[in-house]
Design a protein around this ligand. Structure first.
Ligand code: ZN
Length: 148
């Protein structure tokens, strides 16, 4: 994967700085402490077409066999908005008190073929020991639904 020469100082996910936001997670220097942090870093990985990171953070039971990022697709990510905070109370009521799973609702905007689109998804995440990290627990993306 090529490194853009004019990489922005701000993080693609909306954080203040890539170096202190998603950068350490994507570089493998740190593990996202929360499902939301993982969700943000996966969005950033999509903007960087980082198939390796997307694959490593996708739960083995739902991970696609084929490449996650299509190298021929001319898709440009425009921004990320996390909605979960608004729904926190509702989620607490819906979900049993289970710290090993969480959901994050977000809207990601992207442009393809000159048209802007919105991806509104509620993603499910699981926290499990990662065999690739010697059994260290980490958050994985499981799947997503599309609220109306
Ligand atoms: Zn970030």
């Amino acid at each position: 994967m090529s490194t853009p020469t004019n990489s922005p100082k701000t993080c693609p996910c909306g954080g203040a700085s890539f170096a202190t936001c998603c950068g350490p997670f994507i570089a493998g220097d740190a593990l996202p402490p929360t499902a939301e942090a993982l969700m943000r870093s996966r969005y950033t990985a999509y903007t960087q077409r980082n198939d390796t990171y997307l694959r490593a953070t996708w739960h083995a039971s739902t991970r696609p066999v084929d490449a996650i990022v299509d190298p021929d697709e001319h898709l440009r990510w425009l921004g990320l908005e996390i909605k979960s905070a608004l729904r926190l109370r509702q989620r607490k009521a819906e979900l049993p008190d289970h710290p090993e799973c969480d959901t994050v609702e977000f809207v990601a905007r992207f442009k393809v073929g000159g048209c802007a689109h919105r991806l509104h998804e509620t993603s499910r995440f699981l926290r499990e020991p990662d065999p690739d990290l010697g059994g260290t627990p980490r958050w994985f993306y499981l799947d997503g639904t599309f609220p109306k």
